[in-house]
Design a protein around this ligand. Structure first.
Ligand code: SF4
Length: 322
């Protein structure tokens, strides 16, 4: 059996830009521009990068929630991008998405019980009684009381709502959860509770996660491996511990330097990134990070760096290591 549940190869998602006067495509926003990664069964891969780098678009493209230009998304060996409508519906049972904003994910006019049962109905799950039992089981799986099932979303805190969204996502026993900034909208104290819940569910149910976030410190606790994304590309992938110990890409080093250290005896020099991420319409020549990199050399302005394998699954796209 293939050890990877998901293999993403050279994925490209370009959004067309229409002209203001003539409705003709005048260019493309290259939101995802050649992304490769894989996730093992029951594994968590963290995907980090700043806002606008293409990480959420990558998550949606995997589920075919938006149009993909090229590449492949192999889920258990089958290319999701080539599935028929019915095959896609069947495969989506195994790949569910959790959004950042739990309130927006729930219909305010539906009770929690109905919201969870709705997913079961869409996937033709059992009889009315079996759906009721499954709904009760699910709400308890995310550490909520089954007495909550008759209540509405506004009666819950942000953390509780995210638990309900997770229960909905688990309804049809997915093998992969794409968690798109699932804790970013929550208070710090609640963030760790949701991360612990996701970790416990993974141990219990063996689900794999693609955990998307902009904060490396959040991703570290849950991820076995971390992929760092910049301007539509993955620039570094490593085991979580290795990345924190030995980050190679200057962008990853800058992200790590921004994480506050609680111990006053540990002094850490913060790397301040000058300027903004370049736009992804006219991509820069050479390395995409060249306008912000303190190590940029002549070749960085003419040649796009290739992925270099430095061993033990650690890869980096940077001319410093060629
Ligand atoms: Fe910096 Fe050059 Fe490496 Fe890009 S390739 S990160 S510009 S050193």
């Amino acid at each position: 059996m293939n050890e990877n549940i998901l293999e993403v190869k050279d994925l490209k998602v370009y959004f067309p830009i229409k002209g203001q006067l003539i409705p003709k495509t005048v260019g493309h926003v290259k939101a995802v521009d050649g992304v490769d990664f894989n996730i093992g069964y029951g594994e968590t891969l963290g995907l980090v990068g700043e806002s606008g780098c293409g990480k959420s678009t990558t998550g949606r493209a995997i589920l075919r929630l938006l149009k993909v230009n090229s590449g492949s998304v192999l889920f258990e060996g089958k290319d999701v991008l080539k599935l028929s409508k019915n095959q896609l519906k069947e495969t989506r049972k195994n790949m569910q998405l959790i959004f950042q904003d739990p309130y927006a994910s729930l219909n305010p006019r539906m009770t929690i019980g109905d919201a969870i049962e709705e997913v079961l109905l869409v996937h033709n799950f059992g009889t009315k009684l079996q759906r009721k039992e499954r709904t009760e089981e699910l709400v308890q799986l995310v550490d909520l009381s089954k007495t909550y099932l008759t209540r509405y979303p506004h009666e819950f805190s942000g953390g509780q709502r995210q638990r309900i969204v997770i229960a909905r996502a688990l309804a049809v026993e997915p093998k992969l959860l794409i968690c798109d900034e699932p804790v970013s909208a929550l208070d710090v104290s609640i963030q760790s509770q949701i991360i612990n819940l996701l970790e416990n569910l993974q141990k219990e149910l063996g689900i794999a996660y693609l955990f998307i976030a902009h904060d490396l410190s959040v991703v570290k606790h849950i991820s076995k491996r971390i992929a760092v994304m910049y301007l539509g590309k993955i620039v570094e992938v490593a085991d979580s511990e290795e990345l924190f110990r030995n980050a190679l890409h200057p962008y990853t080093q800058a992200l790590l330097s921004a994480i506050p250290v609680i111990d006053p005896d540990i002094r850490k020099e913060r790397i301040i990134l000058e300027g903004d991420m370049q736009d992804n319409i006219e991509l820069p020549k050479g390395c995409r990070f060249n306008n912000r990199c303190m190590y940029a050399m002549e070749c960085c302005y003419s040649e796009e760096p290739k992925t270099i394998d430095v061993g033990e699954g650690h890869t980096v796209d940077c001319h410093l290591y060629k």
